[in-house]
Write a protein that binds this ligand. Structure first.
Ligand code: F6R
Length: 594
């Protein structure tokens, strides 16, 4: 939702912080700022706009500072609402990621006590509260403040006379980077990779003091504790564009590797979960956005491979449904592991007595502490705001889980399971073949850029892929698009079909293929340009204005391949329209508000 970075050490603080913030821009990018300790006091530069709009030359060289990239929640994007904030005497500075729920009451009280607010944000109350509590011991004041604020926060604070950073976390990520004679803190690992791979993840309720030579941490009960130092196995290049014009394109092209890494070691024995502890008679998938589409695909996979009935809930709705007597095994998808809606849903599922499993791409992310079991997708860092390789690997995990459960339930024979595993092994190569055809797919998008509305249709397991194709296109190309089950268009949306309304139809040779042919015929008869993505077929060719046929694969695995084609369609359409592909307007990669 916002990205924060802090540094104390001998390097040029401006360079370290701006470099780190650029790697966090996916978390928010409507305003940015930096505060640096100088001999004369605290220097602040902040403004509406991107990190590149900050002037690096103007930042004084010194040995401690903090920075922030913002995704607005309270107070619209503007220079004054950008972080960092200063107290009235300009001696203390803070950056904050999250939402302070009780900021209104605190703010009223502080105004009564004479504090002057310079922004419309909730975050600014933190620095005035620290000022209010401060009686010569900043750490004590900070810990008192943390007790008074409610909501989600990752906070970094420093004071003009010290190069120590104070930090606190609750429901917003914060990771400390350990250096030699220097230390770092950031919302996420990519901001640190240039400087260190040794990190400590803070837990909810932790506060810490970070100086050049040491890191002291206290838990929620104010007990001094140590948090394990972990070594990150991502390289700097994993978090860089490596010659691709956009992160999104790089991440689309990384999918063969991501699939390979996600199945690696899991085909011989899938030991991520202690299956014997749980009852899998009924499953529910819960997630938001693209991750929820993985859940919808999962429904079909679980039914076919493991004969397990399942339902799908969008996280933000689940909490408000009425609990029933059933306690389905609950699988939550969140690539970031920080989506507050999904974290809240995990808590609610637990409260209702369900066992829970999170599938996430981010080690030690918040959701991992809310659930009984965790499976990590091995997609590597995903920086582009639009989820691509993490969605693909979520689906890969679903195949692995369903095969394992099918075997355990005795509904899948060993031979059949081996057949499916072989198909999984072949997927990276098939995805590569699609990626080799990128120019052909790019050509297909020429007709899409003029459209104001685009429909995506599919049936059965490819219906959620249609939803995902539509989401990707509207998200990065800003073209209104909607995904439908192919049989549904005639129940209303047909009224919108004209020669100006392209329809992208997913047609694979499963048990719904004949019906799909009929649906596509109906669409073509309304003069809509038809673009077909699916299995090669003579009849389909006759109906299509444009077509792309995927490598031969059993229908149950087709979502992975079809989706890669739809990702490329979205990417190249957005590219032709000169959109800000990695940072689409109004969006952020990690949505830590409800
Ligand atoms: C779309 C997209 C979002 C996310 C959603 C959930 O490309 O990325 O729809 O899928 O915000 O995010 P996670 O998976 O991090 O919980």
């Amino acid at each position: 939702m916002c990205g924060i970075v802090g540094y104390t050490g001998p390097r040029d603080v401006g360079e370290v912080i701006l470099n780190g913030l650029k790697r966090l821009e996916y978390r928010g990018y409507d305003s940015a700022g930096i505060a640096v300790k100088t001999d004369e006091g605290i220097y602040v530069q902040k403004r509406k706009g991107r990190i590149d709009d900050l002037s690096e030359e103007e930042i004084p060289e010194h040995d401690a500072g903090i920075g922030h990239t913002r995704w607005a929640t309270h107070g619209k994007p503007s220079d004054k609402n950008a972080h960092p904030f200063l107290d009235c005497d300009e001696e203390i500075s803070i950056v904050h990621n999250g939402i302070i729920d009780n900021f209104n009451t605190i703010k009223d009280r502080l105004i009564e006590r004479g504090h002057e607010f310079r922004s419309e944000t909730d975050s600014e109350v933190i620095v005035h509260l620290i000022e209010e509590e401060y009686e010569g011991d900043l750490l004590k004041a900070f810990k008192n403040v943390v007790k008074k604020i409610e909501g989600s926060y990752a906070i970094v604070v420093f004071q003009k006379d010290s190069n120590e950073l104070l930090v606190a976390r609750n429901q917003s990520p914060l990771v400390i980077g350990i250096g030699s004679g220097e230390n770092f803190v950031a919302s996420d690992v990519p901001a640190l990779l240039y400087y260190t791979k040794e990190v400590k993840y803070l837990r909810d309720g932790d506060t810490a003091l970070i100086s050049r030579d040491e890191v002291k941490i206290w838990d929620e009960n104010d007990e001094a504790i140590t948090r394990e130092t972990k070594t990150i196995d991502w390289d700097v290049e994993d978090a860089e564009k490596s010659g691709y014009e956009h992160y999104m394109l790089k991440e689309i092209f990384e999918q063969p590797k991501a699939i390979h890494e996600s199945i690696l070691g899991r085909l011989t024995s899938f030991e991520d979960v202690d299956f014997s502890k749980y009852d899998f008679d009924e499953v529910q998938f819960i997630a938001c956005g693209t991750s929820s589409h993985a859940g919808y695909v999962g429904r079909y996979i679980f039914e076919k491979l493991a004969e397990i009935p399942s339902t799908v809930e969008v996280s933000s709705e689940y909490r408000y449904t009425s609990p029933s007597d059933s306690t389905p095994f609950t699988i939550l998808f969140s690539q970031s592991g920080e989506t507050l809606d999904t974290i809240a849903a995990a808590r609610e599922a637990k409260r209702r007595g369900c066992n829970t499993l999170a599938v996430t791409n981010v080690m030690e992310s918040s959701i991992t502490r809310e659930v009984d079991e965790v499976i990590y997708t091995q997609a590597g860092p995903e920086i582009g705001v639009a989820a691509t390789k993490t969605f693909t690997t979520q689906i890969i995990i679903l195949y692995l889980l369903a095969i394992e459960l099918g075997l355990r339930k005795g509904v899948l024979s060993k031979d059949k399971a081996e057949e499916y595993k072989d198909e999984l092994r072949k997927l990276p190569r098939k995805v590569e073949r699609i990626l080799d055809d990128k120019n052909e797919i790019k050509e297909m998008t020429e007709s899409l850029v003029k459209a104001e509305d685009i429909f995506f249709v599919g049936r059965n397991i490819n219906y959620p892929v249609a939803l995902e194709g539509a989401l990707k296109l509207k998200e990065i190309a800003y073209i209104h698009s909607a995904g439908y089950p192919a049989g549904e268009l005639k129940h209303g949306p047909f009224a919108l079909l004209t020669s100006e309304t392209p329809v992208i139809a997913i047609a694979v040779k499963d048990h719904t293929f004949e019906k799909m042919l009929g649906n596509i015929g109906e669409i073509a008869a309304r003069d809509s340009p038809v673009i077909i993505v699916g299995d090669e077929d003579k009849e389909l060719k006759k109906l299509a204005d444009l077509s792309y046929f995927i490598p031969n694969t059993p229908p149950i695995f087709s979502p992975v391949l079809v989706n890669v084609v739809l990702q490329l369609i979205a990417y190249y359409t957005a590219y032709r329209l000169d959109r800000d592909i990695d940072k689409p307007r109004n969006l952020a990669k990690s949505v830590t508000v409800e």
